[in-house]
Design a protein around this ligand. Structure first.
Ligand SMILES: Nc1ncnc2c1ncn2[C@@H]1O[C@H](COP(=O)(O)OP(=O)(O)OP(=O)(O)O)[C@@H](O)[C@H]1O
Length: 364
């Protein structure tokens, strides 16, 4: 089975004076897994609900392949869109058993009782709940309930699965497990998937494509890697993880690199869109670009890295090692990782890979 190719064009939605969606274009390739990532209130649920059909757009169109799903005249009902949803709060029927909850998704299919029963049992086995098929939702943990919801979504072989922050009510360990199950099972079905979250690491782990939403506008779309390496806007850079930032002045800009005067340092960075010579700019630093070195380190230095004399402000144990907050004299860098802990107040060098820095004009 191949899923719907979903095409959204110029989607807009207002709530009174608030523009929740400001003319959104979005393509979900058939069978792809797209994550819509954005902060609270950015419009993720509104877009998801519009694609589901429980919300009506004010303007714009939605097509599933050649089929018009939503435009000025058309509004196909949710149950006619061949889609399934998985919600944050599981949304299971409390008075139905696990088996009945999953079977409910097959009620419109003309399947014989035996065939339906076989599919339900096999799907419950697949999500590790074969032994719980006679239990009621209140007898299950949150993670088990979400597995039932996942089984219910998949068993009907929908062409599109919409995930509305399905892991937000679960603890960290379980999130990781269930995230993997969602990724694997969804891809196995061949359905197209749209998943919304405000959690960057979840988005990057799951997605073939990430779309970053801010105040009703998609600021960037692409693979997790391309977004992380080449954030299109300061918002995208911030939302996808920063150690910190410096203020500087652009003294040289070529196509995609710039030199920034930051205090006594001249830093080479990637150049954000619209940066010009003489601009006051913000230099944004990815945590992965930073590491700590000793002040008197002898031996070869990697000449391509910037070395800023700094001081350790704080240290936090993170299991794999330690995250440090470092004062560079031009701004703080947080989440500077080292396998060993450095002493608070100690002098150090913040060593930064220019490939993990990008400068945007302060006027953007
Ligand atoms: N039914 C409604 N009536 C009025 N305003 C609404 C309604 N639904 C959403 N909004 C507003 O529209 C904006 C977008 O909301 P939406 O729920 O789509 O954002 P979100 O990114 O999904 O946020 P969250 O992650 O908190 O769910 C918000 O400012 C919200 O307050």
């Amino acid at each position: 089975m191949t899923g719907h190719h979903v095409i959204v064009r110029g989607a807009s939605k207002r709530y009174g004076s608030l523009e929740a969606l400001c003319g959104i274009d979005l393509d979900l390739a058939a069978g792809s897994f797209t994550v819509l990532l954005g902060p609270s209130g950015s419009g993720k649920s509104t877009l998801l609900r519009s694609i589901a059909g429980v919300e009506k757009l004010d303007g714009g169109t939605i097509h599933f392949g050649p089929r018009t799903i939503s435009d000025r005249q058309t509004h196909v009902k949710p149950e006619k869109r061949a889609l399934a949803m998985v919600f944050q709060d599981y949304a299971l029927w409390p008075h139905l058993t696990v088996r009945q909850n999953v079977a409910y998704a097959l009620r419109r299919r003309r399947l014989g009782g035996q065939e339906a029963g076989r599919r339900v049992e096999s799907m419950l086995e697949r999500v590790g709940l074969g032994a719980k098929s006679g239990s009621y939702p209140h007898e299950l943990s949150g993670g088990q309930q979400q597995r039932v919801a996942l089984a219910r979504a998949i068993v009907g072989e929908p062409e599109l699965i919409l995930f509305d922050e399905p892991l937000s009510n679960l603890d960290a360990d379980l999130r990781e497990h269930l995230r993997l199950e969602i990724a694997t099972l969804t891809r196995e079905t061949g359905a197209t998937a749209l998943y919304i979250t405000h959690d960057q690491s979840e988005a990057f782990a799951l997605a073939d494509e990430v779309a970053i939403l801010n105040a009703g506008v998609i600021e960037q779309r692409g693979s997790a890697e391309s977004i992380f390496r080449h954030p299109a806007t300061p918002f995208v850079a911030r939302f996808t993880g920063l150690a910190g930032s410096f203020e500087g002045v652009a003294v040289h800009v070529s196509d995609d690199t710039a030199k920034l005067q930051v205090g006594e340092h001249v830093l080479t960075t990637a150049a954000g869109r619209g940066l010009g010579v003489g601009d006051t700019a913000e230099v944004l630093v990815r945590p992965t670009a930073t590491r700590l070195e000793t002040v008197d380190a002898t031996g070869p230095h990697d000449g391509s890295r910037h070395r800023l004399p700094s001081r350790i402000v704080d240290v936090a144990y993170r299991g794999r090692g330690y995250d440090h907050v470092v004062d560079t004299g031009h701004g703080l860098l947080a989440a500077v990782f080292d396998e060993r802990p450095w002493t608070r107040g100690a002098a150090c060098v913040a060593s930064i890979d220019p490939a993990g820095m990008i400068a945007f004009s302060a006027n953007v």
